[in-house]
Write a protein that binds this ligand. Structure first.
Ligand SMILES: NC(=O)c1ccc[n+]([C@@H]2O[C@H](COP(=O)([O-])OP(=O)(O)OC[C@H]3O[C@@H](n4cnc5c(N)ncnc54)[C@H](O)[C@@H]3O)[C@@H](O)[C@H]2O)c1
Length: 269
């Protein structure tokens, strides 16, 4: 899809990858951006910078998502691109217990990483189907096709996000709806504990938000389903598919190495 002239609705866009994506969309000629975030002040700041519409919205609350979509439609008349990007991470409390996250955390992860996309698609899809054009994007994670060591609830719910995107792609593409799922590895944001202003190339394998946003926008223009910001993820994914047991053995070695070096990723809310 050509981004030029389009209206995008991006969740979790008060900072991080979502904010960078809104900037990239505007650079590529998007006619408008709706910046939705739990943090209303950050949403409004991003929107003010980009001449867009900022809305405070908890994406796990269907009524709040519906209200944000109504505000977007009242402002712009339509939404062409939905990017469900809002998300969060927390490292497991006990790294030797894959089930140590409390039930409330599992529930929150499920709501924010999976149901939020269901709610936003439900609200925006009817207008897209009427126009026989629209783009549904879910920012999942490489953890959604591989797994993040020490982060079971995050990995499981990101797998759910990938499965949901597959179902949407299977069901709606013939009616003019494009679907992509974005599976990044490390990007310098609050989630990974990096400063968003980290200069490009400072930490091997860690992208800046601008690099991630550019890769995502390129993928949308190509209308590719699986958008990988980190090319190496494709190789890992292929190895997993071709020999699951060998891949698991490799992941166990990775876990042991991280365990010894105390190098588990410290993800933050
Ligand atoms: N940074 C990475 O390395 C990385 C890697 C893979 C996937 N991701 C995914 O990318 C997405 C964006 O993350 P980021 O790295 O930019 O992190 P970030 O913390 O910088 O941004 C996340 C934004 O989402 C918002 N948010 C969180 N919960 C929300 C909710 N319930 N309702 C509305 N907004 C909410 C936050 O307020 C924040 O502005 C997430 O889904 C994350 O899981 C990030």
């Amino acid at each position: 899809m050509n981004i030029d002239g389009k209206i995008a609705f991006v969740t979790g866009a008060g900072r991080g990858i979502g904010r960078a994506l809104c900037r990239e969309f505007r650079t590529r000629g998007a006619a408008g951006v709706v910046v939705a975030d739990l943090d209303g002040e950050r949403a409004r700041d991003t929107a003010a910078e980009l001449g867009g519409l900022g809305v405070q919205c908890d994406v796990s609350d269907e009524a709040a998502v519906n209200a944000a979509v109504r505000a977007a439609l009242a402002h712009y008349g339509r939404v062409d691109i939905l990017v469900s990007n809002a998300g969060f991470g927390v490292t497991e409390l006990d790294l030797d217990d894959a089930l140590s996250a409390p039930n409330a955390m599992w529930q929150r992860m499920w709501e924010v990483h999976v149901m939020a996309h269901v709610y936003a698609v439900r609200a925006l899809l009817p207008g897209m189907l009427e126009r026989a054009e629209g783009y549904l994007v879910n920012v999942a994670s490489a953890a959604g096709v591989l797994s993040q060591v020490g982060d079971t609830a995050y990995s499981v719910t990101k797998h759910g996000a990938v499965g949901l995107a597959e179902s949407l792609a299977i069901t709606y593409v013939e009616r003019g709806i494009r679907v992509s799922v974005v599976c990044p590895q490390y990007v310098a944001t609050a989630i990974t504990g990096f400063d968003e202003a980290l200069p490009e190339g400072t930490v091997p394998g860690v992208l800046t938000v601008e690099q991630a946003a550019c890769a995502i926008a390129d993928g949308l223009e190509r209308e590719q389903f699986l958008l990988l910001t980190h090319a190496e993820v494709l190789g890992f994914f292929q190895r997993k598919a071709s020999d699951y047991d060998r891949w698991l053995a490799g992941m166990r070695r990775l876990r042991a190495g991280l365990r010894c070096s105390g190098g588990f990723l410290k993800v933050k809310r």
